[in-house]
Design a protein around this ligand. Structure first.
Ligand code: PLP
Length: 496
């Protein structure tokens, strides 16, 4: 495929007067703009590309072929869970009976959709051991914010106003401290042990100093190193004794599904990323869904609207009032219904028994890769991992080949790179998550390429340092791209 032939931007292919469309006649019988009221008309002509149909079709088709997605290759991105998105999910989500609904439609005309919504609320409660879920938040970070607002509302309802601090482990995902800050809470960091788990001795010291001010402790489990936190009962006891609540970041709940439940471990509030744990294509900013669950006693603080069963247990209805302690609305309407539908399809198509295989298989796959590569890449924390794990760069660092170089070289072999330089605990983090649904052959192929790259780093380090060589665009200056993004055609022209 020759992209250059078709240009990089549709604007660059534009030729004055070219057309690839014909407008339908409007209800006035013509498309004379004079028949529009003045306030609806532009004062200047819009800058639109003018192209014939074949040019447009080829341009976008060729660009789409440059996308890398989980549907065209292995995508071992840790902490983001890019898993196979079953086609049945898409079929269900695009059914016109769902896709054509209006969010303000009367409840008695959309009982089917409400049943899906209600079913997901119930399934998540059952899978996590919590009492009630809201599906309104549109992402993990949005769920964190909603959960922390619930925690704040709980303390405020008890007139316990000094509780403005949140304890967060140093290994946490960056959204944890960010959500706390957006919620007006102050972050206190708790250290990790050499094993990568929360250091209880450090936590005790923090609690001794701040016990009356602790609103909550946020934990991720398995944590961002892919390790199962072992001291949760003791940590929960310490936090509860000082009056704080326990928050569970369940963005990546995969290895826990049907195996153990946050509610049983002493957590009070949690979020789940439907777009990670329960399939749904995501990335590049969306779409997502970050349902929030609470234990019994905290339901009254959940946001609205809520989908509830009526008193006769016959009809589902949408509640917006009736909750004087509710946070009110945290977003438009009900959240991302399409993602919720896909999650429900995924849960129901697996069923109660098969859902229990997700965790063990994801865990097996991750440990298989880790053990196969640990002689070539530095494994800072050994032992069993859960669904993901972290290498700290190549084992042999004398060649100067970095994690960034390995990630770029993987692209040459047709693999998406793992998560790199996260978590921040190590300098050369390379975080790998294979998910449960990859075949042994796929995983063996990845292992073999990772070994090849380690070998290349020794024999021909320049080859790896200057990668990628086979992609449409070579190595980009990512610092410049982040600091000075050029995102419109106009900006590009202005800067020429
Ligand atoms: C992805 C992730 C989040 C944030 O979720 P978004 O949907 O990207 O906002 C939070 N915590 C962990 C551990 C995650 O992996």
């Amino acid at each position: 495929m020759n992209n250059k032939l078709y240009g990089n931007l549709i604007f660059e292919l534009s030729r004055p007067g070219r057309k690839g469309y014909s407008l339908p006649k409007n209800s006035f019988g013509d498309y004379n703009v004079d028949s529009l009221p003045d306030f609806m008309k532009r004062s200047e002509e819009a800058t639109l590309p003018e192209c014939d149909e074949m040019t447009v079709v080829r341009h976008y088709t060729n660009h789409s072929a440059n996308n890398f997605g989980v549907n065209n290759g292995f995508y071992p991105l840790g902490s983001c869970t890019m898993k196979y998105n079953p086609v049945i999910n898409e079929e269900i989500a695009s059914m016109k009976e769902f896709a054509g609904l209006h969010p303000l439609q009367p409840a008695d005309t959309c009982q089917g959709a409400l049943e899906v919504y209600y079913g997901v609320q119930q399934s998540l409660a059952a899978l996590t051991g919590l009492s009630e879920f809201t599906l309104n938040p549109c992402a993990g970070a949005h769920g964190e914010l909603t959960g922390l607002m619930i925690i704040r509302a709980y303390h405020e309802s008890r007139n316990d106003l000094k509780r403005t601090k949140v304890i967060i482990p140093d290994s946490a995902h960056g959204t944890n401290p960010a959500s706390a800050a957006v919620c007006g809470l102050e972050v206190i960091e708790v250290k990790s042990t050499a094993e990568g788990l929360v250091e209880v001795a450090d936590l005790k010291e923090l609690l001794a100093d701040h016990s009356e001010e602790i609103a909550a402790m946020m934990m991720t489990n398995p944590n961002t190193l892919g390790l199962f936190e072992k001291e949760i009962p003791e940590i929960a006891k310490l936090i509860h004794e000082c009056g704080g609540l326990m928050y569970y970041d369940g963005a990546n709940l995969n290895p826990m599904l049907g195996v153990s439940r946050p509610g049983d471990m002493g957590f009070d509030v949690m979020h789940i990323n439907l777009h990670k744990t329960f399939s749904t294509p995501h990335g590049g900013g969306g779409p997502g869904s970050g349902p929030v669950g609470v234990r019994e006693g905290l339901e009254q603080f959940l946001p609205t609207p809520r989908v509830v069963m009526d008193e006769e247990n016959e009809m589902l209805k949408v509640e917006t009032g009736n909750y004087d302690k509710s946070l009110g609305s945290v977003g438009a309407f009900f959240g991302n219904f399409g993602v919720i539908l896909r999650a429900y399809t995924y849960i129901l198509s697996l069923g109660r028994d098969n859902v229990k295989m997700v965790g063990p298989l994801a865990t097996l796959n991750a440990n298989y890769i880790k053990e196969s590569l640990k002689d070539f890449y530095e494994l800072p924390i050994g032992g069993l991992c859960k669904h993901e794990f972290v290498f700290d760069g190549l084992k042999d660092k004398s060649t100067g080949v970095t994690t960034m170089d390995v990630a770029k070289r993987l692209l040459d072999y047709g693999y998406h790179a793992p998560t790199i330089y996260f978590p921040l605990l190590f300098h050369e983090s390379l975080m790998i998550e294979p998910t449960e649904n990859e075949s042994k052959e796929t995983i063996d192929g990845f292992i073999s390429v990772m070994k090849t790259i380690a070998q290349e780093a020794k024999e021909n380090p320049e080859l790896v340092k200057s990668a990628p060589h086979n992609t449409p665009i070579g190595r980009v200056d990512d610092v410049l791209a982040a600091k000075h993004p050029v995102v419109t055609f106009k900006q590009m022209q202005d800067e020429k």
